[in-house]
Design a protein around this ligand. Structure first.
Ligand SMILES: Nc1ncnc2c1ncn2[C@@H]1O[C@H](COP(=O)(O)OP(=O)(O)OP(=O)(O)O)[C@@H](O)[C@H]1O
Length: 623
């Protein structure tokens, strides 16, 4: 006081301060404060959480007992409103009643995934939610499309209105974070939020129209499990879920370089792996898709696998051999398939690729094969990033591309598919500039167009492939593919792997089947009586397979597989034609009916035609 006296100029202020400091209540408050501080350090836990009910039970019991003065006093004390209030407050503090009620943590939450999940409960009133939902085409997720200003969802940030709680659970760390209070205008549900569950019902694979009745029939508290859009954006690339399709087989038991065989994950080409860590350049960590129970294990990184393949490649592949660059206009094959087979199905003709059975063609094919390693920047197929595409039954069918070496049986398989189900499968009608023959019809056998039109279409890149033969152009147009798909059919396209790039887009979402020849012994056995169309200048264009044809078929298949396997969704070995056909048909049916398709991520992520082509990049110098 003496210090403040010297500093105080005004008499009035001095007197006020003096009276306040000598006030007994202030001293008591300081004492309470000090006491609380001491207790806080000891972190006391309540001995009893229901003191109020205990006191009332006790009072009831005591009343029936003897009426001694002490008992009377105690019963009096228990009945005093202030004392009752004190116990009530005590219990509220002991039970931490001042915090909003949190819902129980859903049982399945811990093993579902590692995203941040928000659980929002709203009390349903007569007012609509004020939000619209939609299905995200690329992920199949149900997301909040729009929040109406002023609606319940918009106002959900206002604690006093309909919102009971919000809590954020971090699955990865496994802890339960304190309730978050949002700024009034912020709201708890946002546009872009992914709705995972509604009142415990999973919304996976549900359509918006199936969800609305669920909302309509729910009463009282409506609980949403949400993956916030904001958290998705904030996730670092490392945390973003990354799925890769393996393009090679890996067996750790046969890998002497793996740091720990037991810690590695074996896989087969075509398996979908979820990448957990890419921090190590040599060994990534991954687990098989949908295998929540399995722990992540080591897999060779892309870099490691590429290095390994590069070291294994035979030196011969690096020997430069000069080859005449392929010229599409010179390598046309024009054989009237119908005239030979007697089957009238437009588009059944084998693709406009080189007839490799003429001696000249064979030589060109060989030089191309050898030149591939030199002229193209060959990269070993390792992994391809994929994302799930949830196909709606009303979506157009995916384009089916059949590839394989000449003579392997692509046309035969296509023919059988068409005959087995002409309503489901369709083929393209080719374009030509030659004159229409008497027995041909426009739009059935060919689209007959002028040279000028054809050349304009070439300039406008409207052909998947084209060529010239006998002074006439022939080609397969992109619009022919679109036409078949628009009819609601599965379009069967038969092109050389180097042409896949023209349709390797999200529009066509091609499903590529590689038809592979069996071992040479089986080829000899199964093709004993088979005749094929050859391009020799002979009277009869049909002849039986020679030993050289088989060798060519096998080496061509090997080259295709080594350079294009990253594009193949399915490999079918055509030994016994009946078995191969059954397998192909069943596989295409499965694809057509599948809900989830794992497609290259680049089809959906900003895909310009050039970007799409880049994924077929290392086909560049190959045909
Ligand atoms: N698994 C098989 N067993 C026996 N013969 C077969 C088999 N697959 C195909 N063939 C026959 O082999 C011949 C060539 O088949 P196909 O015409 O389908 O080959 P392709 O792959 O279309 O080649 P190209 O493009 O050169 O015509 C046909 O006579 C066909 O019936």
């Amino acid at each position: 006081m003496s210090e403040s006296e010297s500093q105080s100029d005004r008499e009035e202020d001095y007197r006020f301060l003096s009276s306040m400091l000598i006030e007994k209540k202030l001293h008591l408050l300081f004492k309470i404060h000090e006491r609380l501080k001491r207790f806080e350090e000891r972190s006391p836990i309540p001995v009893q959480e229901n003191a109020a009910s205990l006191a009332s039970d006790l009072a009831e019991e005591l009343i029936s007992k003897s009426w001694r003065d002490e008992v009377k006093e105690l019963v009096d004390l228990f009945s005093k409103p202030h004392f009752k209030s004190l116990l009530f407050v005590h219990d509220a503090v002991a039970q931490r009643d001042f915090e909003p009620t949190l819902p129980p943590i859903p049982d399945d939450v811990w093993d579902s995934d590692e995203d941040t999940v928000k659980i929002v409960s709203l009390v349903k009133t007569k007012e609509p939610l004020g939000a619209t939902i939609k299905k995200d085409k690329s992920t199949g997720a149900i997301v909040v499309a729009r929040i109406m200003r002023g609606g319940a969802a918009y106002k959900s940030g206002e604690f006093k209105t309909s919102v009971i709680l919000v809590c954020v659970l971090s699955m990865k760390l496994g802890w339960y974070v304190k309730p978050l209070y949002f700024h009034r205008s912020e709201g708890l549900i946002h546009e872009g939020d992914e709705l995972k569950e509604l009142n415990g019902v999973s919304l996976e694979h549900k359509k918006p129209k199936e969800i609305l009745p669920l909302l309509a029939c729910s009463e009282g508290e409506v609980k949403f499990k949400i993956i916030p859009a904001a958290s998705k954006e904030k996730l670092s690339p490392k945390k973003r879920k990354l799925f890769l399709r393996a393009l090679f087989d890996y067996d750790p038991s046969e890998d002497p370089a793996v740091p720990c065989k037991d810690a590695a994950v074996p896989f087969k080409g075509g398996d979908i792996l979820q990448i957990v860590s890419m921090e190590d350049d040599t060994w990534w960590q991954a687990c098989h898709l949908g295998d929540n129970s399995s722990r992540a294990g080591l897999i060779p990184s892309k870099q490691l696998q590429e290095r390994r393949v590069a070291l294994q490649r035979p030196k011969a592949l690096f020997k430069p051999r000069r080859a005449k660059p392929p010229d599409e206009r010179e390598v046309m094959e024009d054989v009237d398939y119908r005239a030979i087979t007697g089957i009238h199905i437009a588009g059944l003709r084998r693709s406009f690729c080189l007839g490799r059975r003429s001696s000249w063609a064979r030589e060109v094919a060989r030089s191309r094969r050898w030149s591939a390693g030199v002229h193209s920047t060959f990269t070993a197929p390792t992994y391809i990033e994929v994302i799930p595409y949830y196909r709606d039954p009303s979506d157009k069918h995916r384009l089916v591309i059949l590839v394989g070496p000449s003579g392997v049986g692509v046309t035969e398989l296509k023919r059988r598919l068409l005959i087995s189900d002409p309503d489901r499968y369709g083929v393209t009608v080719p374009y030509t500039t030659r004159e229409k023959k008497r027995n041909e019809s426009e739009g059935v056998d060919y689209h007959f167009v002028s040279v000028h039109m054809f050349e304009e279409d070439i300039l406008n890149q409207r052909f998947i492939e084209f060529g010239r033969h006998g002074g006439h152009y022939y080609g397969t147009g992109l619009d022919s593919v679109k036409r078949v798909i628009a009819e609601g059919k599965v379009c069967l396209l038969d092109v050389h792997p180097s042409k896949i790039k023209h349709v390797y887009t999200s529009e066509f979402k091609p499903y590529v089947v590689f038809v592979k020849p069996p071992r040479i012994e089986e080829l000899r056995l199964t093709r004993r009586r088979a005749k094929f169309i050859c391009d020799e200048e002979e009277k009869n264009p049909l002849r039986i397979f020679s030993e050289e044809d088989f060798e060519d078929m096998l080496s061509s298949a090997e080259t295709m597989e080594s350079q294009c396997s990253h594009l193949f969704d399915k490999v079918i070995v055509n030994g016994d034609i009946a078995v191969a056909f059954r397998e192909l048909k069943a596989d295409l049916k499965r694809v057509q009916e599948a809900e989830v398709h794992w497609i290259p991520a680049e089809w959906i992520c900003p895909a310009s035609p050039t970007q799409a082509r880049r994924s077929c990049g290392y086909l560049g110098g190959w045909i």
